[in-house]
Design a protein around this ligand. Structure first.
Ligand code: GDD
Length: 315
């Protein structure tokens, strides 16, 4: 097997499996037993990252050359509500994976660990765009778990010589993302309004925060290239390099609709703590891999909105 993807039943996993298949790799897609993967041409395998012995058994059978570790709890909002689950899945999951690999004799796969731009947390005003050397100052439990994962990855790479590449991925969006995330949520609400399923009022949280959005298809391409060209033991930011205010993202979506929609701030959508701006310096990713994004934010938002419209039979 060329590549194994953990968390392949999730939003990003499905895109990554497709990206790897399109590039001719023999792919194993690991999912939870309750999940469903519609992608054809890969081996679909049930795997729960809570069980190290199951991971080891699977790796001993398939001995994939590359392992993309995507399994995890990926929502900052959910981590405020369920910190324990976030810690269990995100921190113990990576330990189980790395220990399982270490237990297998003469097995030295390349491993990609997916961390987050959230790891940087509270930054000085002039620190953006932030580069990989910046001191970490996480502002929420999700960010702590991802910072911890990256640190564990660095330790295993240095101490045991494992071929681990760590990424800090910034916000990525696309069709199929759960509406717990902002772009999916706003697009769903607008499509529901257009379909006459709700009054013309959109519920929002903090519109002042600035985030660095990319299309998920560009992000998975960066992961594939990093596995080929990235350096083991190194950390790479993966993002667009441009932060936009959530207000701007909302304005684009509203422009794409004919409806006249009222914006309503909902206190339940505000978070206990929030970083004002996160923007990636992506020069290291570009210089090591030659990666360039293909999709504009407007194109991606249009694609997400149209997908929701199709689901409601209004396109
Ligand atoms: N979800 C949501 N819903 N977010 C809202 C809303 C709303 O109604 N209104 C404003 N926001 C703001 C949030 O407060 C946040 O500042 C921003 O929109 C983006 O929120 P999310 O889409 O939930 O993503 P996130 O930034 O918390 O986390 C994403 O990006 C990280 C990298 O920066 C996730 O994809 C993480 O997995 C990823 O690591």
């Amino acid at each position: 097997m060329d590549a194994l993807v953990t968390g392949a039943g999730g939003f990003v996993g499905k895109y990554l499996v497709q990206e790897l298949l399109t590039n001719g790799l023999h792919v194993g897609a690991c999912k939870l037993s309750k999940e469903y993967i519609a992608v054809k041409g890969c081996e679909i395998l049930d795997l729960d990252m809570n069980y190290q012995h199951e991971i080891q058994k699977l790796l001993e059978i398939y001995r994939p050359e590359q392992i993309y570790h995507l399994a995890g709890q990926s929502s900052v909002a959910v981590s405020w509500k369920n910190p324990e689950l976030t810690i269990d899945v995100n921190i113990k999951g990576v330990l189980h994976l790395l220990e399982a690999i270490r237990n297998i004799k003469n097995y030295y796969p390349k491993i990609l660990l997916v961390g987050s731009g959230e790891e940087y947390g509270y930054l000085c005003e002039n620190a953006c765009p932030v580069n990989e050397q910046e001191k970490l100052n996480p502002a929420n439990i999700y960010a702590v778990t991802k910072a911890c994962q990256t640190m564990i990855g660095s330790i295993y790479a240095k101490t045991y010589g494992m071929k681990i590449i760590m990424v800090r991925a910034f916000n990525h969006i696309g069709v199929g993302q759960a509406p717990v995330f902002v772009a999916s949520d706003f697009a769903l609400q607008i499509a529901e309004i257009e379909a006459g399923l709700r009054p013309p009022v959109i519920q929002v949280g903090n519109l002042n925060a600035k985030r660095d959005f990319s299309d998920v298809r560009d992000i998975v391409k960066a992961y594939r290239l990093l596995m080929q060209k990235g350096c083991a033991g190194e950390i790479y930011n993966v993002g667009s390099g441009h932060a936009v205010a959530i207000q701007e993202l909302l304005d684009i979506l509203l422009e794409l609709s004919q409806e006249s929609i009222i914006i309503e701030k909902n206190p339940a959508r505000m978070r206990p703590a929030e970083i004002a701006m996160i923007e990636a310096d992506i020069s290291k990713l570009k210089s090591h891999t030659g990666w360039q994004p293909e999709f504009s934010l407007r194109e991606t938002l249009q694609t997400i909105l149209n997908h929701n419209r199709r689901n409601f039979g209004i396109l």
